[in-house]
Design a protein around this ligand. Structure first.
Ligand code: FAD
Length: 357
């Protein structure tokens, strides 16, 4: 049995949902999101969820992230409370020799309008009294923050559904063909026919590309996070490495491991992560760790987003990226412009899949 849609989005993570939602602001019928499991079961449900601009390099990538962070307050107004907090971000350093590097970062950002302050030890401790008093300084940016990724996806989905977007979950796409200008997307449940097809499969992007004979060079990079019991609010800022959620839990970690799709947690990384936390914020020594989880980053081969039209394939689009939580409002906005207007308000040429050709 076939069903026809204007647009099918494969992948119901934060990226696919943002695209579906933003598209649905412009046209209300004929959008379907397919997911082989349930939204949030992919990387978007196992993330730190910082909305982070700070120390992204080169500066054009920081600028791209900044545009997205700027959209968050407006997004929350449109789709509802996603527990977005623009806390400001601190990246502490513990050796005076790192101050020069921090100043260079601040200089390179100034040129593109991102304000990074290089703080003295006293300024860091004034802002964040819980930080290790041996700190030498920190870079600080007011635009950084964090969000609740579960609420974010839930609110994207609710808003998209209100606008008529349909979802089919636990429905894996197993083959894709193009016939007479339309895509035939075959899944566990059905074959869907559509004009526009968007590949938003996150860390499974390479697999999805293979269904069309296209190489989408996205690799896997595991990250493990440990979570404390809920603590009284005591961290004012999102600190590179840890953040306190609204419910008081502190989420700690950013390990980077080549482990394929293996989502195990391992004692050595958990120990390293706990040591890092205590080094940054000594009072965490007393906190109880209540759980640990790991997630698999969708890591494009050169580390930068893969966005836009798939060269040589009309009406086929791809959106695969690390930092998808930070970038989701912008990616949804720009892909919608690209699909409906043929151009984007912020250039995305440098993120084209064609750079890997
Ligand atoms: C430890 C860790 C920390 C992170 N911290 C941050 C952070 O602080 N800030 C930030 O911005 N980003 C962070 N990230 C990255 C961010 O979480 C991801 O970039 C983002 O979640 C990717 O979203 P996505 O929608 O592309 O992927 P996913 O959420 O994985 O969604 C892809 C979906 O595609 C579906 N799918 C795949 N193949 C098929 C198929 N054949 N048929 C149907 N469905 C299919 C999957 O089931 C999945 O639900 C972190 C990631 C990790 C692992």
């Amino acid at each position: 049995m076939e069903s026809s849609y204007e647009t099918v989005v494969i992948g119901g993570g934060v990226v696919g949902n943002s695209i579906a939602y933003h598209l649905s602001e412009r046209y209300q019928e004929g959008i379907l999101v397919l997911d082989k499991k349930y939204p949030m079961t992919g990387t978007s449900g196992s993330t730190q969820a910082w909305v982070w601009v700070h120390n992204k390099t080169p500066s054009w990538y920081a600028e791209f992230s900044m545009y997205s962070a700027e959209l968050y307050p407006y997004l929350s107004k449109k789709i509802g409370d996603v527990e977005y907090k623009r806390t400001g971000g601190l990246s502490p350093f513990f050796a005076e020799k790192d101050r020069e590097k921090a100043k260079q970062l601040a200089d390179s950002y100034r040129k593109i309008g991102i304000k990074i302050k290089v703080l003295s030890r006293e300024e860091v401790l004034e802002k964040e009294p819980s930080i290790n008093p041996n700190v030498a300084g920190a870079t600080y940016s007011s635009i950084d923050g964090n969000v609740n990724p579960f609420r974010l996806i839930d609110m994207y989905m609710r808003a998209a559904k209100k606008n008529g977007v349909q979802y089919s979950t636990y429905n894996k796409v197993t083959s894709i063909e193009k016939q007479n200008g339309t895509f035939m997307v075959t899944s566990d449940k059905k074959t869907y026919v559509c004009k526009n097809l968007i590949l938003a499969g996150g860390t499974w992007s390479r697999e999805l590309g293979n269904l069309l004979g296209i190489d989408i060079p996205v690799n896997q990079l595991r990250g493990q996070i440990i979570v404390t019991e809920p603590l009284k609010p005591f961290l004012n800022y999102t600190i590179s490495g840890l953040r306190q959620a609204i419910n008081g839990e502190v989420l700690i970690g950013y390990s980077m491991e080549k482990a394929g799709f293996d989502r195990s947690t391992t004692l050595d990384v958990i120990q390293e992560t706990a040591n890092m936390a205590v080094h940054y914020v000594p009072s965490l020594r007393k906190a109880k760790i209540v759980r640990a989880f790991s997630g698999i980053r969708a890591m494009p081969e050169d580390g930068f987003p893969i966005l836009g039209k798939v060269p040589g394939h009309e009406n086929l689009y791809v959106a695969a990226t690390h930092s998808g939580v930070t970038l989701s409002p912008l990616i949804g906005t720009l892909l919608t412009e690209l699909i409906l207007d043929g151009e984007t308000s912020v250039p995305i040429d440098r993120y084209s899949l064609s750079r890997f050709a």
